[in-house]
Design a protein around this ligand. Structure first.
Ligand code: SF4
Ligand code: SF4
Length: 341
């Protein structure tokens, strides 16, 4: 297994380097004309936690729930341009605080062009939405962000007094999902200073893990363009190292070739990964003023891609972004199948 993983990493890196010298024009054309990867919508930018590793604590944007007509317009636009995967995933915030979350999923689900619908949550507010309601809403995938069942540690990392509630909700989520015949894929994303072995030493946690589809642990954390420093984290939590410097100068980030993010006030950006204030040089406009397709295919979007591709300008927000991946990453066979499938 380990050898297979190492071989995959090597082959992936070689293919990325190859394609950075010999771009696949067919892929670039496909990417520039349709959203091959997916659409991310932040339906609310409000959170019930305040994680030490998250820039939510520095957000200055107005906290709000996205108006229903705005959400429906985005979905209509997305459907019109062919649809794809949909992530109801805020830049910062928890989607289960949104009182309209279920009706939004129902609205999106009626379009066959919308493939998978996924979301991320800290699980603290899940009981308010209703577990069965969420699991049978048409949602395909839920990723739960947690530190595990060491509740004191959860309180320190998530800075929430609701660790017990999170634990109850997560157990119920996995149990009910099984009873319903697993309508949703459920992944657990661990954000902790503990090792996987330490987290798994909790018997209850180990039991529920067997019901989940995947457990992943974050060894590295984003720095949110310098907002989060290693001194903000606990011992054992590290800021992701800066890498791929040579590729970055030569090849644009893959997020610019296949994704758009819409913030809760309608701001549309080419990438939502660090769009904390909705004011970066990747912002294309507001969804209430243009269609999703016009924004995606706009002169501005094309200039951003081309300027980076020909080496004349890397967007400021991307210069030190630790989430950078070369666009060649999206051209790899395995990713293409997923994106176009
Ligand atoms: S739960 Fe998510 S959005 Fe909320 S503070 Fe933590 S990482 Fe940020
Ligand atoms: S470099 Fe970072 S901010 Fe820029 S497009 Fe890529 S992931 Fe987004």
């Amino acid at each position: 297994m380990v050898v297979k993983k190492i071989m995959y990493r090597i082959s992936k890196s070689l293919r990325e380097i190859y394609y950075s010298y010999y771009p696949d024009k067919e892929f670039l054309l496909l990417s520039e004309n349709s959203l091959v990867w997916g659409l991310r919508i932040e339906t609310c930018n409000i959170c019930n936690a305040n994680c030490i590793f998250c820039a939510y604590q520095y957000q200055k944007r107005k906290k709000m729930i996205m108006p229903e007509p705005m959400f429906n317009k985005i979905i209509d636009d997305y459907n019109f341009m062919g649809g794809g995967n949909l992530g109801i995933t805020p830049v910062v915030g928890d989607p289960l605080i949104d009182p309209l979350i279920l009706s939004r999923i129902h609205y999106a689900r009626q379009f066959s062009n919308i493939k998978t619908i996924s979301t991320f949550t800290n699980c603290i507010n899940l009981h308010e939405v209703g577990i069965k309601n969420l699991l049978t809403s048409g949602l395909n995938s839920i990723t739960v962000s947690t530190s595990g069942f060491d509740l004191e540690l959860h309180e320190i990392i998530y800075r929430s007094k609701k660790a017990e509630r999170m634990k109850r909700n997560l157990i119920d989520l996995l149990t009910i999902n099984k009873e319903l015949g697993n309508p949703c894929e459920i992944k657990i994303g661990l954000r902790t200073c503990q090792s996987l072995k330490e987290v798994m030493s909790d018997k209850e946690f180990m039991e529920i893990v067997k019901l989940s589809n995947e457990v992943d642990i974050n060894y590295y954390f984003e720095d949110w363009s310098g907002a989060i420093r290693s001194t903000d984290l606990l011992r054992g939590m590290k800021i992701r190292p800066f890498s791929l410097l040579i590729l970055r100068r030569k090849t644009p980030c893959w997020m610019l070739y296949g994704e758009l993010a819409v913030l809760s006030d309608g701001t549309v950006a080419m990438c939502g990964c660090h769009e904390l204030e909705g004011d970066s040089d990747l912002v294309l406009g507001n969804i209430m003023d243009s269609s999703l397709m016009d924004l995606y295919r706009s002169e501005q979007a094309n200039m951003i891609r081309k300027n980076w591709l020909n080496g004349s300008k890397i967007p400021d927000i991307c210069r030190s972004c630790l989430n950078y991946n070369p666009y060649t990453f999206g051209m790899l066979k395995e990713t293409r199948i997923k994106a176009n499938g």
